[in-house]
Design a protein around this ligand. Structure first.
Ligand SMILES: Cc1cc2nc3c(=O)[nH]c(=O)nc-3n(C[C@H](O)[C@H](O)[C@H](O)COP(=O)(O)OP(=O)(O)OC[C@H]3O[C@@H](n4cnc5c(N)ncnc54)[C@H](O)[C@@H]3O)c2cc1C
Length: 377
């Protein structure tokens, strides 16, 4: 493949999945290049939360305490569910640090992104720093030859290509382009659920106040102060058949887009990155296609079932918390029987505590494989 002795890795996409993959894969004798289409001057959106399963990886596995302090995250101590009359229905304290070995932390997206970028490229960490090449949009990919073509026409070759681009490399891996489904929630907020760039379209204050008219005034009073309203259409997708093709593996939203109702999208991307780091730990030079296929299979098998379950539970959690025309909150307290939903998702969605345990008692991909093998006996 490449003709020096280094392991060449191209990561397509400089979002949370791409940057954390660069952090996880950093090692000496590796040349890691992140190709990002934008200039990385601004992340769209404001708040993002990382759950204990991910914040634990940042702190304990990657030792990013300093970067996390600088990113000024706020520790979330619990969650309360209210009905539309403002009556408390359920309270879920997050005793994360003791139970899960990490906190649930909320960040401004830009701050988290800046911290991850710094950890990926800093010369002060172990392993060769990654290089981020901005304004470099990948327009095509040959998974077997191991190359990507940029918009400029330049062709770049690597031993390993990681598709962390949200969407672009999917078609080269699947030989197909599965369509994302607009969700019921997007139809309520967004007048045109099929508009292409719906996640950056402008919303109306009037429409928002109409939709939340029944909510208690302490909620709507906050909404009234919005300076501008952006609509992010939420689309959903079933688990993909595979994430792997030739020298390419998909991670993050490219591999498993999910609704944000469990706040696990970015956290699952971070788990993917940790899995790559773990299964590539002993790889020091360019692997043959066969060796690479074997490593990718281990990453995929360690991740696929878990992520698919979390994807399914996020879909379930997006269902309205009340029945049409009723005010009683049924979310997490009763369950609609649905033959499509597999039994584990049903079990998890029954209570937020079970769901939190499943999501957050995670100790890395290798340990997960080990524990699953144990529980299957
Ligand atoms: C409203 C909302 C709220 C959310 N809240 C949370 C939350 O609280 N907690 C949580 O864990 N998750 C949350 N998520 C989900 C989370 O944002 C995503 O799961 C996460 O950002 C996925 O990261 P990613 O790096 O895989 O993809 P992205 O963030 O989409 O990054 C992909 C990157 O690839 C680049 N790119 C795309 N195409 C190309 C190309 N052809 N060439 C080069 N570069 C390319 C893009 O510019 C981008 O920088 C939320 C999502 C939404 C919509």
């Amino acid at each position: 493949m490449t003709n020096d002795n280094k392991l060449h890795i191209i990561i397509v996409g400089g979002g949370i999945a791409g940057l954390t993959a660069a952090i996880a894969l950093r090692a000496s004798n590796r040349k890691i290049t992140v190709l990002e289409q934008s200039r990385l001057s601004r992340e769209i959106g404001a708040l993002i939360s990382l759950q204990p399963n991910a914040s634990r990886i940042l702190r304990k596995t990657w030792k990013l305490d300093k970067e996390m302090e600088e990113a000024r995250g706020l520790v979330d101590e619990g969650m309360r569910i209210y009905d539309v009359d403002g009556k408390l229905v359920n309270e879920i304290p997050l005793l994360s640090k003791t139970e899960y070995g990490g906190d649930r932390i909320v960040w401004h997206r830009n701050d988290l992104h800046t911290a991850l970028k710094s950890a990926a490229t800093s010369p002060n960490r172990g392993g060769d720093p990654a290089t981020i090449q901005v304004a470099s949009r990948v327009t095509s990919c040959d998974p077997v030859e191991g190359n990507v073509t940029l918009e400029s026409g330049e062709v770049l070759t690597a031993d390993v290509i990681i598709g962390a681009d949200g969407i672009a490399l999917r078609k080269y891996v699947l030989n197909d382009e599965p369509a994302a489904m607009p969700t019921g929630s997007s139809e309520r907020m967004n007048e045109d659920p099929n508009s292409g760039e719906s996640w950056v379209s402008e919303g109306s204050m009037e429409k928002m106040m109409e939709i939340f008219a029944e909510f208690p005034s302490w909620v709507s009073n906050i909404f009234k102060h919005s300076a501008n309203i952006g609509l992010w259409q939420l689309r959903d997708m079933d688990p993909l058949a595979t994430w792997v093709q030739g020298r390419v593996i998909l991670i993050g939203d490219a591999a498993h887009p999910m609704l944000p109702t469990q706040g696990q999208g970015a956290s699952q991307s971070i788990e993917d990155a940790e899995a790559l780091g773990a299964f590539f730990e002993d790889v020091q030079k360019a692997p043959s296609l066969e060796q690479l296929d074997n490593i990718f299979k281990q990453v995929f098998q360690s991740r696929y079932e878990r992520v698919s379950i979390i994807q399914g539970a996020s879909r379930q959690a997006a269902k309205p918390g009340t029945k049409k025309g009723e005010k009683t909150v049924t979310m997490y307290t009763t369950l609609e029987t649905n033959s499509i939903v597999n039994s584990l998702i049903e079990f998890l969605i029954r209570s937020p505590a079970d769901s939190m345990d499943y999501n957050c008692t995670y100790r890395g991909a290798k340990q997960w494989v080990h524990s699953q093998a144990g529980s299957a006996v």
